[in-house]
Design a protein around this ligand. Structure first.
Ligand SMILES: NC(=O)c1ccc[n+]([C@@H]2O[C@H](COP(=O)([O-])OP(=O)(O)OC[C@H]3O[C@@H](n4cnc5c(N)ncnc54)[C@H](O)[C@@H]3O)[C@@H](O)[C@H]2O)c1
Length: 485
């Protein structure tokens, strides 16, 4: 019989234990480490957790206070301690971590002094380039996972193979796991949504209703996205499970400690009293110093985060704080279009008016090379105005399963420097081509002849479809292979 897959879980709080239960029930060999001897004693004798009443844990789970035992010979080592203990736990684990180890972090937060996300903290301490660090995050209350209720989560890693390994490892009959490569975005979402949940709780504690909560969720997301955009995260992450998904659950659920703590603060308790009453880690409060610093460093307007900070750390009265939020200068909900958008729209309008023949082609155009330029030149010869649909990073990652050397922005800049290219638009989905043909008034659709026949359906939309022969002897795959030699 093949060996069972093994995991060492560091931390025996509600989240670590909910996942331990799910994995043990999926026939994984699970060892749970805790820094607290009384916790190990309690779990191994009763097979129950005081904060998860009514839930029984499989007897196959092993418990230990010896971190070497938890870290040795594991397929995965998972950090499930509250954010403030991630660094010290990584320091304790460091001597027992082998090369190429997959390490999963499920704690959510940003370190106060360094502004590092938690996988960055682990990476900083372990200081080993061969490790694969995966952030596993999403709208996932321990209380529901411990009861086997349906849940979706995201496995985020720069290395797609590691993200997929973790995806498979954690997939269960009730847990669906997606992959993402935007680790920073996932972790920023995980940390900031807790602050927005504090705000939603405070609003509830003050007696405000669903309208206020909906406003906080949406405007909170806008703040998260603004910061994420400034530090290079992928916009789609914020509308995904770890962004919008986790915000909804944390701001609306009775299980959310951040929401509960906020509620108590809104009712008049001090933050310290609220944390004590909740009795578990309130990560939104821990994340505040770093969030405030990030907003100031990157000059991002984050009024909700700043207001929560004033209430929690500067003693501002919650009612006055909400009034001040409502009295701010009036704003537009949508950002002003960028100079580029305005410019591109005006160029498009001109070509439409002058009856120029428009050609479109699509691709990833990574490591822009002679084969690409040759195709672009020949595509341009078929008309007057060449539009390139450039695959976004998420599209490459999620749909084409392609790893790129360059980001979307870098690839876009390279394409824009080619004189045959007039306009670069993002390609985010396979089926956007029909819409693009109409939106950009396309006359000719061009692809390499390795796609022959696959886009003939665009003729129904009125576009001529042309498959151009590829430049022999040159391909991105081959270049990448040579580069890796
Ligand atoms: N609970 C959830 O639903 C949930 C879901 C997703 C993510 N998370 C994240 O997981 C992390 C852990 O959350 P939790 O709910 O399990 O917290 P918790 O409050 O239940 O965990 C407390 C645990 O921390 C550990 N601990 C205490 N002192 C320690 C020390 N000195 N060193 C190392 N470990 C120590 C102990 O095992 C203790 O049980 C948090 O960052 C949280 O945001 C929680």
């Amino acid at each position: 019989m093949p060996d069972k897959q093994r995991i060492g879980i560091l931390g025996a709080g509600t989240w670590g234990m909910a996942l331990a239960r799910m994995l043990a029930n999926c026939d994984k060999e699970v060892t749970v480490w805790s820094a607290l001897p009384q916790e190990v004693e309690q779990l191994s004798t009763t097979h129950t957790h005081p904060k998860l009443p009514g839930v029984d844990f499989p007897e196959s789970i092993r418990y230990t206070t010896d971190i070497e035992e938890a870290c040795t010979n594991q397929n995965i080592i998972m950090f499930a301690v509250p954010s403030v203990f991630v660094r010290s736990t990584a320091e304790k684990a460091k001597p027992y971590i082998k090369d190429n180890q997959i390490i999963v972090d499920v704690a959510k937060g940003i370190e106060a002094d360094t502004f590092m996300t938690l996988t960055e903290v682990i990476e900083d301490v372990l200081d080993n380039d061969t490790l694969h660090l995966v952030a596993l995050s999403g709208p996932t209350h321990a209380e529901e996972v411990a009861r086997g209720l349906p849940t979706a989560i995201v496995s985020a890693c720069k290395n797609l193979d590691a993200a997929k390994y973790v995806q498979k490892f954690f997939s269960s009959p009730f847990m669906r796991v997606y992959t993402n490569n935007d680790v920073k975005g996932i972790e920023i979402c995980g940390a900031l949504k807790n602050i927005i949940a504090l705000a939603a709780g405070i609003s509830g504690g003050l007696g405000y209703g669903d309208n206020a909560r909906a406003a906080l969720i949406t405007r909170g997301l806008a703040e998260m996205e603004r910061l994420g955009g400034r530090i290079g995260c992928t916009p789609h992450t914020f509308s995904g499970l770890t962004g919008m998904g986790d915000l909804i659950v944390t701001c609306t659920s009775e299980f959310s400690r951040n929401n509960q703590a906020g509620h108590l603060i809104g009712e008049g308790k001090t933050p310290a009293e609220a944390v004590k009453e909740v009795g578990m880690v309130v990560e939104g409060i821990n994340a505040l110093p770093a969030a405030v610093q990030l907003a100031e460093t990157y000059k991002v307007d984050m009024p909700i985060v700043m207001t929560v900070n004033k209430i929690v750390n500067e003693g501002l009265n919650p009612k006055d704080a909400v009034n001040a939020l409502l009295q701010r200068d009036l704003k537009s909900e949508t950002p002003l279009p960028s100079i580029n958008d305005v410019f591109e729209e005006s160029v498009l309008r001109k070509t439409r008016k002058s009856g120029m023949k428009r050609v479109i082609t699509y691709g990833t155009f990574d490591l822009l090379h002679y084969g690409h330029i040759n195709l672009l030149r020949r595509a341009k010869e078929l008309g007057d105005y060449l539009i390139v649909g450039l695959s976004t990073d998420e599209f490459n990652w999620n749909e084409k399963q392609k790893k790129c050397y360059f980001t979307y922005e870098q690839r876009k800049q390279l394409l824009e420097s080619v004189r045959y290219v007039d306009l670069v638009i993002p390609e985010c989905a396979w089926d956007q081509k029909r819409k693009d043909v109409h939106e950009y008034h396309v006359d000719t659709f061009v692809m390499g002849d390795d796609w022959k026949g696959q886009f003939d359906f665009l003729e129904e939309e009125g576009a001529e479809v042309v498959y151009l022969p590829r430049t022999p002897e040159i391909s991105t795959t081959r270049i990448k292979k040579d580069l890796n030699k």
